[in-house]
Design a protein around this ligand. Structure first.
Ligand SMILES: Nc1ncnc2c1ncn2[C@@H]1O[C@H](COP(=O)(O)OP(=O)(O)O)[C@@H](O)[C@H]1O
Ligand SMILES: [Mg+2]
Length: 299
């Protein structure tokens, strides 16, 4: 079953069309990567799912129930970590979670167990300081605990790793992976390596539409071992290669030809040889999310 179904949602702000038919489904027990560059409409889509924003059309079902503006479907079905979570800085983590649990109507003994479970899950169980002294990463971790307090079936996290350093990002990704035992997770990001690390399904948002959605397995099966990655000795040669092979792109000093056929491979080698361009390495590798993303956004 799908815990979330988004069908053809549309949203304009004034004359600016931000969402123009966004559709995707999130299966149960899945970590879903919602990918798009800054300003693509990820937060707007999430706010629509949460019933915090009125759409201009389309349909959203959460846990089998239609989501409507102004009323979150089935109380407790969704947990939400906004992109910039706000807390009461004078409280400590335990006090804050207790307040959140009480607001959502949990009984005191259930709440006590749940708070210990969650503080352990997010690695704040030994933390006694007030929230105002927390790092960004600690606030994101507490935000995940808060969003999971009443055992939601779907946890929505808006760019939980974007403002963090590599260690902080890894902590959050590990927590989200562990949270999958309890809930499905949708998280938005523009960091593709985070998605490749923990997601089983993805959707790409571009130009107001979902350009692609499906499982990473599907992507790999369709695309296979098709990308060519070339490292050259002399960086100045890269321009000549790029202009001869306009379907390729340059990333980190390497030239990448996604979806390269055997003929493309032979053509590239013939070109390098004819132009006497010395190469350091030429590798055929599996197409990755970045290849797909660049194709989707037409770069
Ligand atoms: N309340 C609003 N009023 C006007 N424009 C908005 C509003 N919310 C978002 N937008 C615009 O919609 C676009 C998508 O924003 P957003 O959903 O925040 O993107 P993302 O989260 O992918 O970075 C942006 O161009 C943004 O300026
Ligand atoms: Mg956003």
């Amino acid at each position: 079953m799908n815990v979330l179904e988004v069908k053809e949602i549309k949203k304009s702000f004034g004359s600016k069309k931000v969402l123009d038919g966004v559709s995707f489904s999130v299966p149960d027990n899945c970590i879903f990567g919602f990918i798009g560059r800054n300003g693509a409409g990820k937060t707007t889509t999430m706010r629509a799912i949460l019933g915090l924003l009125k759409t201009d059309g389309g349909e959203i079902n959460v846990c089998g129930e239609r989501a409507r503006y102004g009323c979150t479907p089935k109380s407790g079905c969704i947990g939400y970590l906004p992109d910039v979570p706000e807390f009461y800085g004078y409280m400590n983590a335990h006090e804050y979670l207790k307040l959140c649990g009480e607001i959502s109507g949990m009984g005191s003994s259930e709440l006590k167990t749940r708070i210990s479970e969650l503080l352990e899950l997010v690695g704040l169980d030994k933390e006694k300081h007030r929230i105002k002294g927390y790092s960004r990463g600690m606030k994101q971790r507490l935000g995940i605990a808060q969003a999971m307090i009443n055992r939601p079936k779907l946890l929505i996290c808006d760019e939980p790793t974007s403002a963090l350093d590599p260690v902080g990002r890894k902590d959050i990704l590990d927590i989200i992976s562990a949270a999958k035992e309890q809930t499905s997770v949708v998280f938005s990001t523009h960091i593709l390596s985070d998605v490749e690390r923990i997601c089983s399904c993805v959707a790409f948002l571009e130009g107001g539409k979902t350009a692609f959605s499906g499982s990473l397995e599907e992507i790999r099966a369709v695309r296979g071992n098709t990308a060519l990655e070339l490292t050259i000795v002399e960086p100045n040669d890269i321009e000549r290669i790029s202009s001869a092979f306009p379907d390729g792109r340059v990333n980190d000093g390497k030239f990448i030809l996604p979806q390269a056929s055997e003929k493309d491979c032979a053509d590239l080698m013939a070109f390098l040889s004819a132009q006497m361009i010395p190469i350091a390495r030429l590798e055929r590798r599996e197409a990755d999310l970045e290849d797909l993303f660049m194709e989707v956004i037409g770069k």
